[in-house]
Write a protein that binds this ligand. Structure first.
Ligand code: ATP
Length: 221
C-alpha cells in the first residue's frame, strides 16, 4: 500500500513540528510557507519545501495540492488566510484537511467550510498543564467525545494492595478500568480480584464528570 502524502501549510512552531515529525516517520511531506526564511529553515527536514502564498488558488493548483491525501493548515495569527486556504484546499478536493484554530469562533468557521478536523494546540496544551497541576496522578487525558474520556492515573496509595472489586470502581465512580500498566507490561484484561501494586498505572474510561470526581477524590494521593 502506498504511504499517505502530506502537505503542511504554515511553518510556525506547530506546522514545522508536524512536518518534521511526519517526515521522520518516513512519510512524504511538502512544506509550504509564504515566508522564504521559514522555508529555508525546514528545507533539510522535509521531502520538499516551497515558498508560496496559500491564499492564491493558482499557486496551490500549481503545487498539485489536490494530489495530497492530507493537508494540514497551520496558519495561526492570520485568520483570514487560514480560512481562505482551507476553502481553497477543500475546493481542490483534498480528502482530509486538518486545521489549527486560534479560537472557538475560528474553529466553528473552519468546520462549516469543510475542515475534517480542527485542532486547538495552545488551548489543549493549556488545559493539559492545568489538569496536571490539579491532579498530578493523572498522566494522560484523552478526550473521546464531549462527554467521555480516557485517563491514565497513577495508583494512589489508597489503591495499593487493593483489588478492583474492593475499590468498587464501577459503582463508586461509574468508570471502567480498561488496563493496568505495570512497568513495561500492560494487562489489557485486568482481573477484579488481582491486587494493585505501588507504581501501577490504571487506564480508565468514563464520563468526564465522573472521572473528575475520581481525580478530585485522589488528587492528593
Ligand atoms: P505557531 O504558534 O505555530 O508558531 P502561529 O500561530 O504564530 O504559529 P503564524 O506564525 O501566524 O502562526 O503562522 C504560521 C506560518 O504561516 C508563518 O510562518 C506564516 O508565514 C505562514 N503563513 C501565514 N499566511 C500565509 C499564507 N497566506 N501562505 C503561506 N503561509 C502563510
Amino acid at each position: 500500500m502506498l504511504k499517505k502524502q502530506y502537505a503542511v501549510i504554515g511553518l510556525g512552531r506547530f506546522g514545522s513540528s508536524v512536518a518534521a515529525y511526519l517526515t521522520g516517520m518516513g512519510y512524504e511531506v511538502l512544506a509550504v510557507d509564504d515566508n522564504e526564511e521559514r522555508v529555508q529553515d525546514i528545507v533539510h527536514q522535509v521531502t520538499h519545501a516551497v515558498s508560496a502564498d496559500s491564499t492564491d488558488e493558482e499557486a496551490m493548483k500549481a503545487l498539485g495540492i489536490r494530489n495530497f491525501d492530507v493537508v494540514v493548515v497551520a496558519i495561526g495569527q492570520d485568520i483570514q488566510a487560514s480560512i481562505m486556504t482551507t476553502l481553497i484546499v477543500k475546493e481542490l478536493g483534498v480528502p482530509h484537511i486538518v486545521v489549527k484554530a486560534q479560537n472557538d469562533m475560528h474553529g466553528k468557521v473552519l468546520s462549516k467550510i469543510g475542515a475534517d478536523k480542527v485542532v486547538f494546540p495552545e488551548r489543549d496544551m493549556g488545559l493539559r498543564v492545568a489538569h496536571h497541576l490539579i491532579s498530578p496522578n493523572i498522566l494522560e487525558h484523552i478526550e473521546l467525545s464531549g462527554d467521555f474520556s480516557i485517563v491514565e492515573m497513577k495508583a494512589p496509595p489508597a489503591f495499593v494492595n487493593k483489588n478492583l472489586k474492593q475499590l468498587d470502581f464501577r459503582a463508586k465512580f461509574g468508570c471502567n478500568v480498561l488496563a493496568v500498566k505495570r512497568g513495561e507490561d500492560m494487562d489489557i484484561a485486568p482481573r477484579a480480584d488481582a491486587p494493585l501494586l505501588q507504581g501501577d498505572v490504571l487506564v480508565i474510561v468514563g464520563k468526564n464528570e465522573r472521572l473528575m470526581k475520581l481525580e478530585q477524590t485522589y488528587a492528593e494521593g
